[in-house]
Design a protein around this ligand. Structure first.
Ligand SMILES: [Zn+2]
Length: 64
């Protein structure tokens, strides 16, 4: 797992923990711009997140 891919995120709906659904084979690591899916353990909502938004924090250039 790449260090900048987080395995859990806070659910935007209920604030519980959403877990990473997508796995990455060693020969096909995730890259910025890839989309990964998370599912909330409480409300079971699914979230597709672009990796740029998740793992690469504190990037002054990533202002939308
Ligand atoms: Zn939730």
């Amino acid at each position: 797992m790449q260090p900048w891919v987080v395995e859990t995120i806070p659910c935007v709906e209920c604030g519980a923990t959403a877990h990473l659904l997508t796995g990455f084979p060693p020969d096909d690591p995730p890259r910025p711009g890839d989309i990964v899916a998370y599912r909330c353990e409480e409300c079971m909502d699914r979230f597709d997140v672009v990796l740029d938004d998740v793992g690469i924090d504190d990037q002054p250039d990533s202002v939308w």
